[in-house]
Design a protein around this ligand. Structure first.
Ligand SMILES: [Zn+2]
Length: 268
């Protein structure tokens, strides 16, 4: 039988162990899911686009029951949820999680084993017990209103989704101005920084992992500069491996940088 995890571009998923009982599952080199294995169960953070058979791939790593949790509702993080019977995410993420990007992806999603998978809601402050390993849920919605960060006490990492990464954070909200999003993002980064004694590294969903905690301080400074109008703008609007972001929902986009932090946001 053909391997479902090989397509015309080669292997869909790669993996490596970055901490004990902690695996990065990498989709075509650009997108990371994480598998945290406890003594009772495993937690899979995000599921990429639903390409191939991620569940079969995960089951080559662990035979523990897998709890699928999402960082937010964008389909590049939730697409593979439909390989499982249920998934956990925030209320706001649940509104977008089953919205595939485009017609072809929708067709593939509907043909998956569980497109009607059950959604269980996670809340800020929840603690997930994997058996000898606890993961705290922290709400940090900005890029997506339902973003959750997960702080894991075994790998001592914070899993930050698309809200904190080394390439670019996109302030993607059509309902908020660039400054409103910078204010919200700053508040969320301060919330993570307040708990920095609980983790040593940041594991984002794109563009390098793990990365230094310094990025949190750089983003707080960058957000503050965007709010004050003193930000250092970058001429090149392209991110790592991404096409230039020149407009966001009909509004002109800018990119600014502070240290390692870079954000794209709409200009009024
Ligand atoms: Zn996203």
């Amino acid at each position: 039988m053909a391997n479902p995890n090989v397509n015309e571009h080669g292997y869909i998923y790669g993996k490596w162990q970055n901490f004990p009982d902690t695996w990065v599952i990498c989709y075509h080199g650009t997108l990371y899911c994480y598998l945290l294995i406890g003594s009772e169960k495993a937690m899979l953070i995000d599921t990429a686009y639903g390409d191939g058979d991620l569940r079969a791939f995960v089951e080559t790593i662990t035979d523990k029951p897998v709890m699928v949790c999402n960082t937010h509702g964008h389909f590049d993080h939730t697409g593979g949820n439909a390989l499982w019977e249920e998934a956990w995410m925030s209320e706001a993420a649940s509104k977008d999680a089953k919205n595939a990007f485009g017609e072809e992806m929708t067709k593939r999603f509907l043909a998956m084993p569980h497109p009607d998978y059950k959604i269980n809601i996670l809340h800020d402050g929840d603690v997930i017990d994997l058996g000898g390993r606890k993961v705290s849920v922290v709400a940090i919605g900005c890029h997506h209103p339902g973003s959750l960060a997960y702080i894991d006490d075994k790998s001592r990492c914070v899993y930050s989704g698309d809200e904190l990464e080394s390439g670019q954070v996109l302030f993607l909200r059509p309902d908020l101005t660039g400054k409103e999003q910078a204010a919200l993002h700053k508040q969320n980064m301060e919330k993570l920084l307040a708990r920095e004694s609980e983790y040593d590294f940041v594991c984002p969903a794109h563009n390098g992992s793990p990365i230094s905690k310094q990025y949190i301080r750089d983003f707080i400074a960058l957000d503050g500069e965007i709010l004050a109008g003193t930000q250092k703008k970058m001429e090149n609007l392209a991110g790592y491996g991404f096409a230039p972001v020149t407009e966001m929902f009909g509004r002109k986009a800018e990119r600014a940088v502070h240290g390692g932090a870079s954000a794209c946001y709409p200009v009024e």
